[in-house]
Design a protein around this ligand. Structure first.
Ligand SMILES: [Zn+2]
Length: 121
């Protein structure tokens, strides 16, 4: 399953991003997913929740920021929203497209909560 390996990559990025020796608890992983990235968001959320127990991400929610697809026709320069591959240019019906955005997959940030400071005596 494709999404499972993506979930593992997200986890290793998050583990590396947490400063060594930090007591912070990761409560959120914010990622960008393009509409054309081929990722099933439901499957990714499921895979993430399946592998996070017992890791630094045990308390973390995966927050998806979906980037809509957009393409420019190489024939007539029309820029239009592209929701899936194999779509023709709405103006000239051409299939030669430059994908402008929508293939993103990246970890943007982590939400880390610092624990309550230990009381000093
Ligand atoms: Zn066109």
């Amino acid at each position: 399953m494709h999404e499972l390996s993506i979930a593992h990559s997200i986890m290793s990025i998050a583990e590396r991003s947490l400063p060594a020796g930090s007591d912070g608890i990761i409560t959120g992983v914010n990622i960008q997913v393009g509409e054309l990235s081929g990722i099933e968001t439901e499957a990714l959320l499921f895979a993430f929740s399946a592998i996070k127990s017992g890791t630094v991400l045990e308390a973390a929610e995966l927050c998806l920021d979906i980037i809509p697809g957009e393409a420019r026709c190489t024939d007539c320069e029309t820029v239009f929203p592209l929701h899936s591959f194999g779509t023709a240019c709405p103006k000239c019906q051409g299939y030669l497209l430059n994908i402008l955005r929508g293939k993103e997959l990246k970890v943007l940030s982590l939400t880390v909560e610092e624990p309550e400071p230990a009381p000093r005596n």
